[in-house]
Each structure stands twice: as structure tokens, then as C-alpha cells.
Write a protein that binds this ligand. Structure first.
Ligand code: DSN
Length: 424
């Protein structure tokens, strides 16, 4: 049934717009024949793809279940209630908002609800693993609020500099103490953050966009268990859901968060995305997903071990989650842009990445970032990580003599093609 719906949509598309259709087919082939190692990317559940293209796309639903501004909400209320209740259950949250259109909107909603212009937030330095939406000076939020930053200690395996967190907190009394990351390969001690925040009455916020799925399955620490006020996560990276965001909070924050999303920052929620989020929350609660999450973490550990054995320098010396950052300059004298391009040429997709206190600019930084959620979705296991690490090593080390790698492109293509690509 699902297959036939997807097939019907494809034949409409092919007839109506062959140019777009051909680009779609090209992208599908790129995904199928390549090795996807960008740690924020994944392959959505086939049911998610179906719901994103479903009748829910057509509906406007400003407001929340039972309190909407437009009629005809019998079914949208059902799916939004399901999504909220399921999200609360798997993350042990008191309140859930499933309407954020993206990770950026979900973080902005918390700032908008609790900060006045000029108020202070303490978050992680971008080059040490933080994120653009944690107040990077080039972002809208960075211009409105006063973001201060803490770092990690590079020569102590990249642990958080707790003295600095405490010192900045006591000195500047931030309204929000923010943790979470997009390129930090370690788990976090949320209890420690909370105890520092409590010294000045700061609100606590964890952006777990990269690791929501591993928290939902209890493989990594849960900030809500440590008494955090807010936890935000995207739904597509680790959970294979639709592109979107999710806010979990204490009950006392429910009203402010909800009105910050609508009408504060957004108009009509994308109900196709909300329906797909409801389904994703059901999937994430299954034992199959738990096995998947475990395999992602095992694969990342194995990939890190193999890269270390090949002589690569890894930020923090390894990984405790799904992501790995290689200092390509230190390892091989190669900047991250060049490394990304070389690997791309062979169908291995990574992204260039700034490293802690990077002396190089963001478009030509000193490292690359990789991760295992997407390859694990395709069914790859630890033995496959060994093969991938060897290929990465070969391509990057033999950069001056790429002719010696004739045939490797085909090997990679044939290898990838052995693994299923769900829904495509
Ligand atoms: N683009 C996502 C990432 O790669 O981490 C979030 O910014």
C-alpha cells in the first residue's frame, strides 16, 4: 500500500516536471551509491516520507489542540495530541511542543519567551562544539542577546572547563545556562550544569539536537532527569523523523513556550510534519529502535578506534556518542575543505568542521566531522566501519597520487549498493 502511494506520486512528478524529477533521481542515486557520514543526516522512516506528502500538508491549524483559529481540526488535533503525549513519555518531560519548524525556531522560542534584549546567556563556544543558534555573533539571536561562552580543556581530553562555567556564571549571572552541541563527541554531566545554574537561579536549557534518539533510548544522560527547565531536539537527525524541532519542558513553562512558538514566532504549524513526528515518537519507543541506537554508538566507537589506529588525530581522543571530529591539519597537514572534497570525490560524504580554537577560517577549517546514524540505518555494522576507516585513510593519505586509487570509486559504489536505503 505504502509503496503504491509513493509510486503513484513519482509517476505524477515524472510527467509534470521532468527536470525536478531527474534531479530527484540523481539525489536518490547519490544517496544509494555513497557512504553518508555527515552526523546530522539520516534516512527518514518510509512512513515519515509518506506522511510528509499526505493530506495533512493541506491543513492550516494555528493554535493548539482544542484551541484553534480555523475549523476542520478533528484529525489534526488527534495527531498533535498523539505527538505531544508520545514525546513526553519517551523523554520523561512534563510538557511537549511539537510545532517548531526547525531546530533554529525551537531554540529561538525559548530565548524569546524568557529573555529581554541584552539579557545574558552562557553557552558553549562554537569552535569547541556549540552551535550557531547558541548565539553566534552572525545570528539574529547573537545580535539581540548577550551570549557568553565557555570552552573545553583541549589537553585534558576535551572535558568541559567546569571552573570557567562556574566562574562566568557567578560573575555574569546569566538568565539561561545553555548546554548542548553539534560537534562535541562526549556525553554531558547535566547534574553539574544544574548545580552551577542553581547558584544564581539561572534557567537550564539543553539543546540535544544531535543526540535526542540516544537519550530517548537511555543510552546517554537525560537533562530532564537532572531537573533541567528545557530540552530541545530536532526530530530528523538521530530519530529518523521529519525535519523539525521539539521542545520538552517543565509544566510551569508550558504556557510561555507555547505562546512563544505561536503566535510569537510562527504561524500555522506544518501538520504533515506533526503527523510524521507522532509516528516517529511511536517508532522511537520500540525495541527495534533501541537496537538501532545501540548499533549507532557501537559503530561510532569502532570507527573512531580504527581511525586512531590509522594515525588520525581525533578531537577529545575518540567518541562517546555518534560523532567524530578529525583534526586533518594535525593528522596530515590537510585542511578540512580539501579533505571533504577528496572524500566526496569517492562517494564518502563528510563535512568540514572547525576544531577548538581553530586558527583557520570556517570555510577552510582544520577538520572534518563524521558520524554513524545514516550508515547504521542502512544496516552497516562494526566490520563495515573497519572497511570505511581504511578507505578514508587511503584517500586522504594518497592525495598526491590519486591515480593509485583507480577502481576505489567502484568498490565504494558496489559496497554501498549492498545495503538497503529505506523508503527510496
Ligand atoms: N546542520 C546541523 C548540523 O549539521 O549539526 C545543525 O546545524
Amino acid at each position: 500500500m505504502l509503496d503504491s502511494v509513493l509510486e503513484k506520486n513519482r509517476s505524477y512528478l515524472q510527467n509534470t516536471d521532468p527536470e525536478v524529477f531527474n534531479a530527484l533521481v540523481g539525489e536518490e542515486k547519490r544517496q544509494r551509491f555513497g557512504i553518508e557520514l555527515i552526523p546530522s543526516e539520516n534516512f527518514a522512516f518510509p512512513e515519515v516520507l509518506a506522511l510528509l506528502g499526505s493530506a495533512f500538508t493541506n491543513k492550516y491549524s494555528e493554535g493548539y489542540p482544542g484551541k484553534r483559529y480555523y475549523g476542520g481540526q478533528d484529525y489534526t488535533d488527534i495527531i498533535e495530541d498523539l505527538a505531544r503525549e508520545r514525546a513526553k513519555k519517551i523523554f520523561r518531560g512534563e510538557h511537549a511542543n511539537v510545532q517548531p519548524l526547525s531546530g533554529s525556531a525551537m531554540n529561538q522560542a525559548i530565548y524569546h519567551a524568557y529573555l529581554d534584549p541584552g539579557d545574558t546567556v552562557l553557552g558553549m563556544e562554537l569552535s569547541h562544539g556549540g552551535h550557531l543558534t547558541h548565539g553566534a555573533p552572525v545570528s539574529h539571536m547573537g545580535k539581540i542577546y548577550n551570549f557568553l561562552r565557555y570552552k573545553t580543556i583541549i589537553n585534558k581530553g576535551g572535558i568541559i572547563d567546569w571552573d570557567e562555567v562556574e566562574d562566568l556564571t557567578l560573575r555574569y549571572k546569566p538568565k539561561i545556562l545553555l548546554c548542548g552541541h553539534s560537534s562535541y563527541p562526549k556525553d554531558l554531566d547535566y547534574t553539574k550544569f544544574k548545580s552551577i545554574a542553581d547558584k544564581v537561579g539561572a534557567l537550564t536549557m539543553a539543546d540535544v539536537s544531535h543526540i535526542g534518539g540516544w537519550i530517548a533510548t537511555n543510552h546517554l544522560n537525560n537533562p530532564l532527569d537532572a531537573g533541567f527547565d528545557f530540552m530541545t531536539t530536532t526530530t530528523h537527525k538521530s530519530m529518523r523523523g521529519p525535519r523539525g524541532g521539539l521542545i520538552l519542558s517543565k509544566k510551569e513553562h508550558a504556557k510561555k513556550i507555547d505562546s512563544s512558538i505561536f503566535p510569537g514566532l510562527q504561524g500555522g504549524p506544518h501538520m504533515n510534519q506533526v503527523a510524521a513526528t507522532a509516528l516517529t515518537m511511536k517508532k522511537v519507543a520500540t525495541s527495534e529502535f533501541n537496537n538501532y541506537a545501540l548499533m549507532v554508538l557501537k559503530n561510532a566507537k569502532k570507527l573512531a578506534e580504527e581511525l586512531l589506529a590509522e594515525g588520525f588525530d581525533l578531537i577529545t581522543g575518540g567518541t562517546e556518542n555518534h560523532l567524530i571530529v578529525i583534526d586533518t591539519v594535525k593528522s596530515l597537514g590537510l585542511d578540512g575543505k580539501k579533505a571533504e572534497e577528496l572524500l566526496d570525490e569517492y562517494g564518502i560524504t563528510t563535512n568540514k568542521q572547525v576544531i577548538p580554537d581553530d586558527p583557520n577560517p570556517p570555510l577552510r577549517p582544520s577538520g572534518i566531522r563524521l558520524g554513524t546514524p545514516a550508515v547504521t540505518t542502512r544496516g552497516m555494522e562494526e566490520e563495515d566501519m573497519k572497511i570505511i576507516a581504511k578507505w578514508i585513510s587511503k584517500i586522504l593519505k594518497e592525495k598526491e597520487n590519486l591515480k593509485s586509487l583507480t577502481g576505489l570509486k567502484n568498490d565504494i559504489k558496489n559496497f554501498s549498493d549492498k545495503f538497503v536505503l529505506p523508503g527510496i
